[in-house]
Design a protein. Structure first.
Length: 386
């Protein structure tokens, strides 16, 4: 998504420098000749640690320092930039962001993942002193920015409540939160004429639900599989296809092995094959977990909209994504982690097949209006012009 935004800026005639820390050291050597004119990319491989808590700490501490020599050189040369764009969590680049902010007239933060609250609520119990330190560091780093873009109204509300940025005087400098919808450059995927090969073994009257993305804890995959099985027991047409990889892949594979007529696990697919699966399916599924206070806005839904299929949103109470889906008429929503609610949502789609086409059309229209990369760039560049 960042490459799409950078390319959009360059297409509008702007000069863009991207500093990238490759945390997984997984990117192959980048072909600089393929970059658009006006785009300069500088990538840093993250510090390689041996694992464990100490190794992860060293990786975080050292990797954030890697871009600082370049930034110090720019400062000494007197270089100045009109706009700095940062990404959440800020703590990942604790040394880089404050230094970069010194040479930029405007600073815009794209805040997709609330740190540390979202991470701590999902993964483990963490000592209170660690939570407090992480939150204080994150808040201080956020304060280096002028504007903060969040994905929805609930995101803005939670940001203001959690980080408590309140100006005591009108002259106080505090980051201004605003809605910045997540974006994509893929606004439409043409329907495939044939059913994707992995789906051919399903009965022709099956209603195919697809879940794509990371198969990790916090994605609600276990509850989703349980709900799909319960719905299949009521309506044999319900079939769930899961695409992706992650720490819970084995759990999904076990569900698929025990319920072959209901669940199919395809693993990680090339991008083109994944989109073909989506374009020949009936419904795209997003799922989160309950008990999370920070609102989410599942990015995988953009692919579903682009493919013209309805969205089933099994989401936590904190988010307004379910309301957005239903109010704009491109799917149904249910409660994350509530097997009965999710089962009924599956059955709502099988009972209203005649509405799928219009839901898909509305999803594509919503995507073009709210989630285009040009729309996002206009919001961000607007703060510079102001």
């Amino acid at each position: 998504m960042i490459s799409e935004l950078a390319n959009e800026f360059c297409a509008q005639g702007h000069q863009v420098t991207v500093l990238n820390v490759d945390w997984e050291n997984s990117s192959p050597d980048l072909n600089k000749s393929s970059l658009l004119p006006g785009l300069k990319l500088i990538s840093f491989g993250a510090f390689k640690s041996r694992g464990g808590a100490l190794g992860r700490l060293l990786k975080w501490l050292i990797s954030s320092l890697l871009p600082t020599p370049f930034l110090l050189k720019e400062l000494l040369l007197g270089r100045r930039y009109n706009l700095m764009i940062g990404l959440s969590p800020c703590s990942a680049l604790w040394a880089t962001l404050p230094l970069a902010a010194l040479m930029c007239r405007s600073k815009f933060l794209i805040y997709w993942d609330f740190f540390p609250v979202h991470n701590f609520e999902i993964f483990s119990a963490v000592p209170a002193v660690v939570k407090k330190f992480a939150k204080c560091l994150e808040r201080w780093l956020i304060g280096r920015f002028d504007h903060v873009g969040l994905m929805s109204k609930r995101g803005v509300d939670f940001f203001e409540k959690y980080f408590k940025f309140l100006a005591r005087k009108s002259s106080d400098s505090v980051p201004r939160p605003m809605i910045l919808p997540i974006w994509t450059s893929i606004l439409s995927v043409p329907p495939s004429g044939n059913l994707a090969q992995p789906l051919l073994s399903f009965d022709s009257d099956c209603v195919l639900f697809v879940f794509g993305g990371q198969i990790t804890y916090g994605r609600g995959v276990r509850e989703l599989c349980d709900a799909a099985i319960a719905a299949h027991q009521v309506d044999k047409r319900v079939a769930l296809i899961v695409c992706g990889s992650g720490s819970m892949s084995g759990v999904v594979a076990e569900y698929a092995a025990k319920n072959p007529t209901c669940i199919r696990y395809l693993g990680s697919l090339p991008r083109g094959e994944y989109l073909k699966v989506l374009s020949t399916a009936n419904v795209g599924v997003v799922a989160t977990v309950p008990g999370i206070s920070a609102p989410a806005y599942p990015s995988k839904s953009l692919d579903y909209m682009a493919c013209g299929i309805p969205v089933m949103a099994a989401v936590e109470d904190a988010t307004d994504f379910g309301e957005i889906v239903e109010c704009n008429g491109f799917g149904y929503a249910c409660k994350a982690g509530d097997t009965e609610s999710m089962k009924n949502c599956f059955l709502s789609f099988t009972a209203n097949l005649d509405l799928h086409h219009i839901m898909g059309y509305r999803g594509k229209s919503f995507l073009a209006a709210q989630h285009s990369v040009s729309h996002a760039s206009s919001i961000i560049l607007g703060v510079v012009r102001d």
